[in-house]
Design a protein around this ligand. Structure first.
Ligand code: 13P
Length: 250
């Protein structure tokens, strides 16, 4: 059985005081939830949120990191710094980073390797654009991303790996992929994992869906056989709405 993961990607929203307030509001609302719950605020909020979420069922993740440990890389944050303050997860390869900051699969691959080496749980994002979907290329694009981002992992412990399928056209648009479409692509990703790391690992790896997930559509998504949780953007910025997603099975 794969334990569901519900992760909130707050993107560039919530100042430190707002972030602390949101987690304080969230804590009682999601007490006893069966899903693994993660919130991913901006870098400057991480330290405070690790403290605020202590003794709760909320884990904290970063939204990005660089793959080197330290050195002359102005403006970057490494896995060493994230681990040092108690961060457990890191979102890697989000489509907004691919689009606005020109990250490619080979760079994302280095980040995945570095995250695993430092015992951070990477939430690797993959997904096609609308143009690619309309051209019938969705499966090829996702396959190339999975293979490109998960190279050279042979000797690594992949238990920590989480993947999120986020079709770019469904992010922040209010358009959700149908649960059947999402399930089909996620099943396809699992098949790629079988080739890359074997059946056992593929069966264990949690693969989430992301793109306009709300408390009103989470149940249907979670009823699908391959979908193991959600990476939530906009709807994770409100405690009540996010708790409704976390408690999808109650
Ligand atoms: P929305 O839930 O706002 O569509 O964002 C999805 C996303 O990008 C999560 O990483």
């Amino acid at each position: 059985m794969r334990r569901p993961v519900i992760a909130g990607n707050w993107k560039m929203n919530k100042t430190v005081s707002e972030a602390v307030k949101l987690v304080e509001e969230l804590k009682p609302l999601i007490e006893g939830a069966s899903a693994e719950v993660v919130v991913c605020p901006t870098f400057v909020c991480l330290n405070d949120l690790v403290k605020t979420s202590k003794n709760s069922n909320i884990g904290v993740g970063a939204q990005n990191m660089y793959y080197k440990d330290s050195g002359a890389y102005t403006g970057e944050i490494s896995p060493v710094f994230l681990k040092d303050i108690g961060v457990e997860y890191v979102i890697l390869g989000h489509s907004e980073r691919r689009q606005y900051f020109k990250e490619d699969d080979s760079e994302i691959n280095k980040k995945v390797v570095a995250a695993l080496d430092h015992k951070l749980k990477p939430i690797l994002c993959v997904g096609e654009t609308l143009k690619q979907r309309e051209a019938g290329e969705a499966f090829d694009v996702v396959s190339a991303q999975v293979k490109g981002c998960l190279k050279d992992l042979e000797s690594r412990n992949l238990d920590d790996l989480i993947i999120a399928y986020e079709p770019v056209w469904a992010i922040g648009t209010g358009k959700t992929a149908t649960s059947r479409d999402a399930n089909e692509v996620i099943g396809f990703i699992r098949k790629q994992l079988v080739e890359l790391c074997g059946n056992d690992m593929a069966e264990k790896t949690r693969i989430l869906y992301g793109g306009s997930v709300k408390s009103s559509n989470i149940k249907e998504l979670m009823n699908m056989s391959e979908i193991d949780g959600a990476l939530v953007g906009g709807a994770s910025l409100d405690a009540k709405e996010f708790s409704g997603i976390v408690k999808f099975n109650l």
